[in-house]
Design a protein around this ligand. Structure first.
Ligand SMILES: NC(=O)c1ccc[n+]([C@@H]2O[C@H](COP(=O)([O-])OP(=O)(O)OC[C@H]3O[C@@H](n4cnc5c(N)ncnc54)[C@H](O)[C@@H]3O)[C@@H](O)[C@H]2O)c1
Ligand SMILES: C[C@@H](CO)CCC[C@@H](C)[C@H]1CC[C@H]2[C@@H]3[C@H](O)C=C4C[C@@H](O)CC[C@]4(C)[C@H]3CC[C@]12C
Length: 380
C-alpha cells in the first residue's frame, strides 16, 4: 500500500457513533490527508479495513485521561478532532469519571497539542453547554448569540461546558516551537442516524409494547436534531477551514444544524420508527406531567437506594425529562458564513438512510432469535 505525503489527522473517540462516521467522511471527502489516527479506549477493528491506497487508517488504543497516551497519538500529526467523551445523562458512570474523561481528557489534548506542536484542534462540544436549563426556559430556534440562562448541575453538561471553555481559552496559545494553537468548538444538538444507540433502545422498547409508542411529551415541544453525516461533514469543513482562515474560525463556537424538521423528541423518532409499523398513541401526553415527574423522581430515588448494589439507570430521570420537555432548537447560519457549511445530506436523504438502518435492526433481531413476533415484522 502506498500512502501519500498528506496531512495526519487524529480523531479521538473515532470508534464511537459520531467518530466512526467522521472517519468515513474524511476518507471519502478530504483529499489532503494521508493518515487518520483513530484514538479510542475501545477499538472497532472493522475501521482498520477502511485504509486505501491514499489514506492509512491507524487504530490507536489509548485512554484520553492519560497524557502519555494522548501525546503519543498526536506525535507528528497536523490536526486533532476531539470527539472522545463519556456521554452519560443517566448516572451510569460516576461524576468523577465523567470529569476525568471529558475535562481532564480535554486538558490532555490541549497539553499534547502544545508539546507535540499540533496547531489545530476542532472540539466536539454539545448544545448542552447552553441548555436546556433545569428551569425549563425554552430556547426557540436560537443562534450562537441568543441570550439564555445557562445553569449547569449535571455532570455531563457541566463537563462539556468546562471542556469547551478550556478549548476556547487555548485559542492563540503558543505551542512548542513558537507557533500558535487554533481551536474551535462545534455544538451538535441531538444527533441521529445509523448507529444511534438510543434509537436502538427506543426500537427495542417499542417491540416490547407491540410497536406502540405512548406519547409522554407534548407535541409542541421542539427538540433540535441533526443528522450524524452532517455533523461529520461540518467537522471536516471546520478542520479544513480552521487551517486556511485561523483568525476567522479560531476561538469560535458553532451550533451544528441541518434541514431536519423541528419536532418533539418522540415525533421525530416516529419519522423512522413508523416505517417499521410503529404507531404513536395519543395526540397529547397520555400521562400528566406531574405523574411523569414523580416517576422520574422515583427512578432517581431507586438509583440512590440501589447504589452500591447495582447500577439502576433507566432512560427517564428528572434531568432527561427536563431536557425532553423543554424546547431547544437552533436556527443559525454562522457556520455557513464563517466556513461555507451547508448540509451534505438533505432531510429526505438523512431520513432514508436512518430508516434503512432501523429496518436492518429488525432483520438482525429476527436472525438472532426469531422472537415469536411473527407477522409483526411489517416494515413498509
Ligand atoms: N450523541 C449525541 O446526541 C451528541 C450530541 C451532541 C454532542 N455529542 C458529542 O459528540 C461526541 C461523540 O458522541 P457519540 O454520541 O458519538 O458518543 P459515543 O459514546 O458513541 O462515542 C464516544 C467515544 O469516545 C470513546 N471514549 C470514551 N472514553 C474514552 C477514553 N477515556 N479514552 C479514549 N476514548 C474514550 C468511546 O469509546 C467512544 O468510542 C461527544 O463528545 C459528545 O459529547 C453527542
Ligand atoms: C420522557 C421520555 C418519553 O419517551 C423521552 C426521554 C428522552 C430523553 C432520554 C432524551 C431526550 C433528549 C435527549 C438528549 C438530547 O438529544 C441531546 C443530548 C446532547 C448530547 O450531547 C448528549 C445526549 C443528549 C443529552 C440526549 C440524551 C437523551 C435525551 C435526554
Amino acid at each position: 500500500m502506498t500512502v501519500g505525503s498528506g496531512q495526519v489527522y487524529v480523531v479521538t473517540g473515532g470508534c464511537g457513533f459520531l467518530g466512526s462516521h467522521l472517519v468515513r467522511m474524511l476518507l471519502e471527502h478530504e483529499k489532503n490527508i494521508s493518515e487518520i489516527r483513530v484514538f479510542d479506549l475501545h477499538l472497532d477493528e472493522s475501521l482498520r479495513t477502511l485504509s486505501n491506497d491514499r489514506v492509512k487508517v491507524r487504530l490507536i488504543s489509548g485512554d484520553i485521561s492519560r497524557l502519555e497516551d494522548v501525546r503519543e497519538a498526536l506525535r507528528g500529526s497536523h490536526l486533532v478532532i476531539h470527539t472522545a467523551s463519556l456521554v452519560d445523562v443517566w448516572g451510569r458512570v460516576p461524576a468523577s469519571k465523567i470529569t476525568e474523561v471529558n475535562v481532564t481528557g480535554t486538558m490532555n489534548v490541549l497539553q499534547a497539542c502544545k508539546e507535540e506542536e499540533v496547531q489545530y484542534l476542532v472540539y466536539t462540544s454539545s448544545m448542552e453547554v447552553v441548555g436546556p436549563n433545569i428551569h425549563g426556559d425554552h430556547f426557540y430556534r436560537g443562534n450562537e448569540d441568543t441570550e439564555y440562562r445557562i445553569y449547569h448541575k449535571e455532570p455531563y453538561p457541566l463537563s462539556k461546558a468546562k471542556a469547551e471553555k478550556l478549548v476556547l481559552e487555548a485559542n492563540g496559545a503558543k505551542i512548542k516551537g513558537g507557533k500558535l494553537l487554533y481551536t474551535c468548538s462545534l455544538r451538535p444538538t441531538g444527533i441521529y442516524g445509523e448507529g444511534h444507540e438510543l434509537m436502538k433502545q427506543f426500537h427495542r422498547q417499542g417491540l416490547r409494547t407491540g410497536r406502540c409508542v405512548f406519547r409522554a411529551i407534548p407535541p409542541a415541544i421542539e427538540h433540535g436534531r441533526v443528522y450524524v453525516g452532517n455533523v461529520a461533514w461540518m467537522h471536516l469543513l471546520a478542520a479544513r477551514q480552521l487551517q486556511i482562515h485561523p483568525s476567522t474560525l479560531g476561538g469560535q463556537v458553532y451550533f451544528c444544524y441541518d434541514s431536519s424538521p423541528y419536532k418533539s423528541y418522540e415525533d421525530f423518532n416516529m419519522e423512522f420508527l413508523s416505517a417499521c409499523g410503529f404507531k404513536i398513541i395519543g395526540s397529547r401526553p397520555l400521562v400528566p406531567y406531574f405523574l411523569l415527574y414523580l416517576l422520574a423522581l422515583l427512578n432517581a430515588l431507586m438509583q440512590w437506594v440501589l447504589h452500591g448494589f447495582f447500577t439502576y439507570a433507566p432512560i427517564l430521570n428528572p434531568y432527561t425529562l427536563a431536557v425532553a420537555s423543554t424546547t431547544f432548537t437552533v436556527q443559525t447560519d454562522k457556520a455557513e458564513k464563517h466556513f461555507g457549511y451547508q448540509p451534505l445530506y438533505a432531510w429526505e436523504e438523512a431520513k432514508k438512510r436512518t430508516i434503512t438502518w432501523v429496518k436492518s435492526l429488525e432483520v438482525s433481531r429476527k436472525d438472532l432469535k426469531d422472537v415469536g413476533e411473527k407477522g409483526n415484522y411489517c416494515c413498509n
